[in-house]
Design a protein around this ligand. Structure first.
Ligand SMILES: Cc1cc2nc3c(=O)[nH]c(=O)nc-3n(C[C@H](O)[C@H](O)[C@H](O)COP(=O)(O)O)c2cc1C
Length: 164
């Protein structure tokens, strides 16, 4: 229940869509917003990032991140947002989930995509934090994030995470 929970909204966003949804979730939950950023940013060239992402995902590569969450232990609920990359989470999310002990916490995925919806990201997330309670995720089409707020708020209400 939102009123008793401490909420973190963590996300990685390459081109801004997932960031927009993260901000809507932050607004709806009053949680703390945290941007996951790799130390080495991905190329601005789309084809380059597509090729690099494919290789990194196939290799289970986990890029080093710029910053850490200060006190992860205080959070009960962690929203985790990623763009859909090759039908799964972007590699910085894999690093994020591997960097903390998230056992006993509720992990709530959300994803922006251009057709694959959540892909197989929920299973991949579960494998990275096996002792967390991973809920079903929210997929939002990347090109429609600006109109997504109502759907996001309805979803938050349904999963009892909308702030009172
Ligand atoms: C490397 C890469 C791989 C992608 N792979 C997929 C995919 O498999 N399925 C899909 O629906 N969209 C795919 N997309 C589109 C993105 O998921 C979509 O544009 C998303 O909203 C981008 O979010 P962002 O602006 O937060 O980075 C891919 C985009 C990139 C850059």
């Amino acid at each position: 229940q939102n009123n008793d929970s401490k909420i973190l909204v963590a996300y990685y966003s390459y081109s801004g869509n997932t960031k927009a949804v993260a901000e809507q979730i932050q607004k709806g939950t009053d949680g703390d917003l945290f941007e996951i950023q790799p130390i080495k940013p991905y190329s601005k060239n789309y084809q380059e990032v597509v090729d690099q992402a494919k290789k990194e995902i196939n290799d289970n590569y986990k890029p080093a991140l710029k910053t850490k969450v200060k006190d992860i232990d205080k959070y009960d609920v962690i929203f985790v947002g990623s763009p859909c990359w090759w039908a799964t989470i972007a590699p910085p999310i894999a690093t994020f989930l591997s960097s903390y002990n998230l056992s006993g916490k509720t992990v709530i995925p959300f994803m922006t995509h251009e057709g694959s919806r959540m892909g197989h990201s929920e299973n991949d997330i579960k494998a990275l934090c096996p002792k967390s309670n991973v809920l079903k995720g929210l997929p939002i089409r990347g090109s429609q994030v600006k109109q997504a707020e109502e759907d996001v708020m309805k979803w938050l209400e349904k999963i009892e995470m909308l702030k009172k």
